[in-house]
Write a protein that binds this ligand. Structure first.
Ligand code: FES
Length: 262
């Protein structure tokens, strides 16, 4: 059950030129945070002075339900996210949470392999915590970005995972795409794939998947309402050979990686 709640900004810090981390207290809403799973998202009003604007979607990057806090990792890409970046510690914003489905956990002897591109790293960071809490194996985490600065390693390397990095310009790690790095390393016979990132990355990953591997992807679709009313986040999917239109906010954002039309 989602609900509207009032957030207090605890921290809002710049991690790289346009990448930020905001940490919020959800006040009395700890019962909502207990239900958050990796892959879910929240809609935050980024400008409290402009009530006519839609709230913007943010994946949970980290949740501490005991302290009733959570973090979002975001890129400043326009006026709304710039407005969020301008908020200071102690200021209040409203949000609806939690929204969407989440990733499912590995089964049997499956090894989690996480593949993130750019800002798509956010829900996968939270998945690292969830896997650790569930006593699962430490994941291999493939993270690709434009350049070393955008890897924000001082933040992401605190999460429990074995990181492998790729950058477009070769300034850190493998030079090239994160999918090529994963193909070079090999998926492994027991890999279960979790992905989030731009569609070209997901499409390349889908093409490279070994037949045996289960794979889920959290889609980064542009959203308006976030609650299934505007149809702004529609995607084409295929399930058991049947084409369907799904809404990322209502039916996702996590889908079978193979079932999405890219
Ligand atoms: Fe409006 Fe999904 S964002 S229907």
């Amino acid at each position: 059950m989602k609900a509207l709640c009032e957030l207090t900004l605890l921290e809002n810090k710049q991690l790289a030129r346009d990448l930020w981390l905001a940490r919020f207290s959800a006040g009395e809403s700890s019962h909502l945070l207990v239900r958050v799973r990796a892959g879910m998202f929240t809609m935050i009003r980024c400008d409290e002075a402009d009530e006519l604007r839609f709230r913007r979607p943010f994946s949970f990057a980290d949740v501490d339900a005991e302290r009733c806090t959570f973090a979002v990792y975001y890129r400043v890409v326009g006026s709304q996210t710039q407005s969020l970046a301008d908020y200071k510690e102690g200021e209040r914003l409203s949000a609806v949470l939690p929204l969407g489905n989440g990733f499912s956990l590995p089964e049997g002897n499956e090894d989690p392999v996480l593949v993130g591109g750019g800002i798509g790293v956010a829900p996968l960071l939270m998945l690292c915590r969830e896997l650790e809490r569930a006593g699962q194996r430490t994941p291999r985490f493939y993270f690709g970005s434009r350049c070393e600065e955008d890897l924000t390693r001082s933040y992401v390397e605190d999460f429990p995972a074995e990181f492998r990095f790729a950058t477009d310009d070769g300034s850190f790690g493998y030079q090239g795409t994160i999918v090529d790095l994963l193909k070079n390393d090999g998926f492994g016979d027991t890999a279960r794939i979790y992905a989030c990132g731009p569609k070209p990355m997901l499409k390349a990953l889908c093409s490279a998947l070994p037949e045996h591997a289960q794979a889920e992807a959290s889609l980064e679709e542009v959203m308006g309402c976030g609650i299934g009313a505007c149809y702004g986040c529609a995607v084409r999917t295929t399930a058991a050979g049947v084409d369907e239109t799904k809404l990322v906010c209502r039916d996702g954002p996590v889908f079978n990686l193979r079932g999405v039309s890219y």
